[in-house]
Design a protein around this ligand. Structure first.
Ligand SMILES: NC(=O)c1ccc[n+]([C@@H]2O[C@H](COP(=O)([O-])OP(=O)(O)OC[C@H]3O[C@@H](n4cnc5c(N)ncnc54)[C@H](OP(=O)(O)O)[C@@H]3O)[C@@H](O)[C@H]2O)c1
Length: 318
């Protein structure tokens, strides 16, 4: 009995391994548009795909320090554009530019990667504007870019790769970030089902913690200080200064364990774009695979206990 089970499991993994090794042809004819290429995963992916010979259309938020730096590090094939995903006029201009670049072939790949992480803090410390700021980039921007470029992706029967996070499967902190990533998961799920009949494949990338600008300790500290200084007297009294300091220390502790190996994420993105049979979801990093995802399947009360047991206690908490 056990032997049959082991053999079945081995067959399943063998078949999966074989299917996942098959790649699509004509890579030098395929255009891939990536948002947020100034730094982090976007920057690295643009370089990686350029190295593989694909036609990369890299969208950066800034020219200096963003697009310019990327062009210097890549081949003459890679093209750049400036795109702020919160601006509809920018998205319309970028779409017209992509249309001109890809012609009748259409757009093979759209990678929605641009994102911001702060302000992140206990929910009660934040204002509506703090939530809207993150939603505008991470979710609404992603949706508008997708809607605008989808006709070109459909023409190529291509791929949409949406960068969510393992924080779209398990909420670990307050603020707009986790809700946006749950939103990206939901949007991608419906998109995948709708586009199947057009031959378009949609993949979701779920990284754990990786050392990029979004998790820069100084940036997080500055944002947290700003949020705390704007919090109402009532909130400050309820939580207390000690809580603020301990909350930051917890964040610091968490950030000290994150991975410097960004390739785990960009390799998953590359697979989603170049494999004949891309996965629906790619979880990247040991923390995502061994900690956050397993905890997300636990009964809620167990997950709540695990995620709060070492958190600081507010001054007026019970
Ligand atoms: N690092 C992690 O641990 C982690 C984990 C899970 C998911 N992610 C996700 O991975 C994606 C990439 O983040 P990253 O870690 O590589 O961080 P990153 O280095 O900060 O990259 C984010 C990129 O998005 C750009 N961007 C910010 N606001 C934008 C806007 N309004 N319009 C267009 N581009 C904008 C940034 O430009 P500037 O550099 O000019 O600001 C930057 O190029 C994000 O969606 C993030 O949520 C990251």
């Amino acid at each position: 009995m056990w032997l049959y089970l082991v053999a079945l499991l081995a067959l399943y993994f063998l078949r999966r391994w074989y299917r996942e090794r098959q790649t699509v042809g004509n890579l030098p004819d395929k255009h891939v548009f990536i948002t947020g290429c100034d730094s982090g995963f976007g920057y690295l992916l643009a370089k990686q795909l350029d190295g593989r010979g694909l036609r990369v259309l890299a969208a950066c938020l800034t020219e200096q320090g963003g697009a310019e730096r990327l062009r210097e590090a890549t081949s003459g094939r890679l093209q750049t554009a400036i795109l702020d995903v919160t601006r509809s006029d920018n998205i319309a201009a970028a779409t017209a530019w992509v249309k001109g670049q890809v012609g009748d072939r259409g757009l093979w790949g759209l990678v929605n990667n641009a994102g911001i992480g702060v302000p992140t803090a206990p929910n009660e410390w934040l204002s509506k504007a703090d939530f809207v700021k993150v939603l505008d980039v991470n979710l609404i921007g992603l949706i508008e870019v997708t809607l605008s470029l989808l006709p070109l992706v459909r023409r190529a029967r291509g791929r949409v790769v949406n960068v969510a996070s393992v924080m779209g499967r398990l909420t670990v902190f307050g603020g707009g970030y986790c809700p946006t990533k749950y939103g990206v998961e939901a949007f991608s799920d419906s998109l995948r089902r709708e586009l199947r009949d057009f031959g378009v494949k949609v993949s979701i990338i779920e990284p754990g913690g990786f050392r990029t600008q979004i998790l820069d300790l100084q940036l997080v500290r500055k944002s947290l200080e700003q949020v705390w200084s704007c919090a109402s007297a009532n909130v400050k009294e309820a939580y207390g200064q000690q809580y603020f300091e301990s909350y930051f220390e917890k964040f610091k502790e968490l950030l000290s364990t994150i991975s410097p190996n960004l390739h785990l994420v960009t390799d998953a993105m590359e697979h989603a774009l170049t494999a004949q049979h891309p996965r629906t979801r790619y979880s990247c990093g040991w923390d995502a695979k061994l900690l956050y995802l397993p905890v997300s399947y636990l009964p809620t009360s167990w997950a709540d206990y695990l995620l709060t047991r070492s958190m600081p206690k507010p001054a007026q908490g019970i």
